[in-house]
Design a protein around this ligand. Structure first.
Ligand code: TMP
Length: 213
């Protein structure tokens, strides 16, 4: 069977993790071998880099150093986990990939997008996902959802205060960034309205994957 590389992308609260897990079990029920992984991370080395990048005390990186760290993690992940799994006929589902660097570091934080693309080319060559689902949702809805999840996990801060801290305009740039990426690569990227129920979102993704298989 032919391997396939599928990525899920989107901003806060879009439901990527829920959809990736659901997809994995549906594909396994259909008899496929599936690897579910995430970025930054996915291998022991890349998970160490994840700690440097996403933890509060992980370091205060310059934009270029941060970009290189994302791609150092990604290069390890692609060479040691993703490519071998695809070559073995497996389906790899990855929660975030290069589009997240373009959206977060590029569109969101303002780091030069053509520089990110050059680093991508240098570290990954022409390797790209076969199919990317961009889970799209109005910023306020996504942030409200992710705050609700934190509340359920026992968060103490007042919701409104935390909401303000999340810098709505940054998330708006992020959302527009993902939509622009999708516009530039319509054959790879599928924008999915993530505002509906988890079942509706899943059905859209599942139909598109069945066409790809
Ligand atoms: P997660 O919350 O989806 O696990 O992602 C971890 C954080 O890392 C999230 O805030 C998005 C950010 N990130 C980037 O800024 N650039 C990237 O290239 C990736 C993969 C993630």
């Amino acid at each position: 069977m032919k391997g396939l590389f599928i990525t899920l992308e989107g901003g806060e609260g879009a439901g990527k993790s829920t959809q990736s897990r659901r997809l994995k079990s549906a594909l396994e029920s259909a008899g496929r071998d599936v690897v579910l992984t995430r970025e930054p991370g996915g291998t022991p080395e890349a998970e160490k880099i994840r700690d440097l990048l996403v933890q509060r005390d992980g370091g205060n990186w310059t934009p270029m150093a941060e970009c290189l760290l994302f791609f150092a993690a990604r290069q390890m992940h692609v060479e040691t986990l993703i490519k071998p799994a695809i070559a073995a006929g497996k389906i790899v589902i990855c929660d975030r990939f290069t589009d997240s660097t373009i959206a977060y570091q590029g569109y969101g934080h303002g780091f030069d997008i053509s520089t990110i693309q050059q680093v991508a080319k240098l570290s990954l060559g022409d390797f790209k996902p076969d199919l990317t689902f961009i889970l799209d949702l109005p910023v306020a809805d996504g942030l409200a959802r992710s705050l609700k999840q934190k509340d359920m996990a026992g968060g103490k801060e007042n919701t409104e205060d935390r909401f303000k801290k999340l810098k709505i305009d940054f998330h708006e740039k992020l959302r527009q960034g993902f939509l622009t990426i999708a516009k530039h690569e319509p054959s790879r990227c599928v924008v999915v309205d993530a505002g509906g129920s988890a079942d509706d979102v899943y059905n859209v993704i599942w139909t598109r994957i069945q066409n790809a298989l």
